[in-house]
Design a protein around this ligand. Structure first.
Ligand SMILES: O=C(O)CCC(=O)C(=O)O
Ligand SMILES: [Fe+2]
Length: 364
């Protein structure tokens, strides 16, 4: 029997405060989504079956160490300067490891609520279990639960991260950090900056792995899994399962509001790479932090596992001097990462609005 939620408050208490999440809501047997999840028309992802699917083949990272090095570098640079999204294969994670990661995500979210709430903010260090994006300030919530794991050391990860996933997530984080280090070095050199390990490490020093869980939804046409946003950091690595539903906005320089949404299709064995706001700022806008969103589906629960990399909160970031010199002006000002983060989380489902915080009058 479906539980009755008499008011928006009782729903909020059940899902957010008591930690049952969207998964708990679905498990009550609801046949329709509650009003709190019904998106305004302009945010719904409808009729995407006739939208285009990105057909750019995945980039083979193993070729970076062979005769085709230059070609692979060019592919990475081109993808970063245009869509800001690309996929990679032969990255160092085996198919079995990717499978166990997805299974670990399902295993965690299948735990009873009383086990999951041990990972709510403030209970266990380094881990945050929750739902939606910033549920306290969202008028309409996302159809998503999330587990967020911060990295400080292997020891802390193995001590605090949930048993259902800690080992495989730690392996994934290591491989992802290596992938990002290699890509970042290529991107930095392409900007005319001397490659220096300390710059690269600096830009990816803060590492967080999320596990997103999107339960099957009775009204996928009314809801969203993740609303329009761009990622905050330098580079994100993402594993998505085979269900699909990740869309990226193709920016049209003259009519950014009219850009079309392109699906980033699941490719077995591939990882998705995308650029975040901080790298857009550092590159003075040469690299794009694309707006993206995720739809829900009625057939199965979807999982995705992003690794977010960014500089430490006390760093200042701004366009690299080489880029300002080359472009003749700075499109962004210097900001403290901490202030950028605060500003970012104050804007929910607002696409690339958070970037305005760092724009100068010269900005395109
Ligand atoms: O679920 C996905 O495919 C993407 C999730 C995402 O964009 C995010 O967590 O920032
Ligand atoms: Fe994202």
């Amino acid at each position: 029997m479906a539980q009755i939620f008499n008011s928006s408050n009782s729903l909020y208490d059940f899902v957010v405060r008591d930690g049952n999440g969207v998964k708990g809501l679905v498990d009550t047997g609801i046949s329709e989504v509650p009003e709190r999840y019904i998106q305004p028309l302009q945010e719904r992802i409808m009729n995407q079956h006739d939208s285009r699917v990105c057909d750019v083949p995945p980039i083979d990272l193993s070729k970076l160490n062979g005769p085709e090095h230059k070609k692979v570098v060019d592919e990475i640079v081109r993808a970063t300067e245009t869509l800001g999204f690309f996929q990679v294969v032969n990255h160092g994670m085996s198919l079995e490891q990717l499978e166990s990661l997805k299974e670990a995500a399902h295993a965690f979210f299948s735990l009873p609520t009383e086990k999951k709430i041990m990972y709510r903010p403030g209970v266990t260090p380094m881990v945050k279990y929750g739902t939606s994006f910033v549920a306290d300030i969202e008028k309409v919530m996302e159809w998503k639960d999330v587990l967020s794991m911060s990295y400080s050391s292997d020891e802390d990860a193995l001590k605090y991260w949930p048993n259902q996933c800690k080992e495989v997530v730690l392996e994934y984080l290591k491989v992802s950090s290596k992938i990002v280090r290699d890509i970042m070095e290529i991107l930095i050199v392409n900007l005319g900056v001397e490659p220096d390990d300390s710059i690269v490490e600096h830009l990816i020093g803060v590492k967080t792995v999320n596990m997103n869980y999107y339960p099957a939804c009775p009204n996928p046409e009314l809801t969203i899994g993740v609303g329009r946003h761009s990622d905050i950091g330098t580079i994100t690595v993402l594993l998505q399962d085979g269900i699909g539903g990740l869309y990226v906005k193709v920016e049209d320089d003259n009519h950014a509001e009219n850009g079309e949404w392109l699906e980033i299709p699941p490719i077995p064995g591939a990882l998705v790479i995308n650029i975040g706001d901080i790298l857009q700022i550092l590159s003075n806008g040469k690299y794009r932090s694309p707006e993206h969103r995720v739809k829900t589906t009625s057939s199965q629960s979807r999982v995705s596992i992003p690794v977010f990399l960014m500089p430490t909160l006390t760093e200042k970031i701004g366009p690299l001097a080489e880029m300002v010199k080359k472009d003749g002006l700075a499109h962004y000002k210097e900001v403290l990462v901490k202030d950028y983060v605060t500003n970012y989380f104050a804007h929910v489902h607002a696409g690339k609005k958070p970037l305005d915080f760092a724009r100068t009058f010269n900005s395109a």
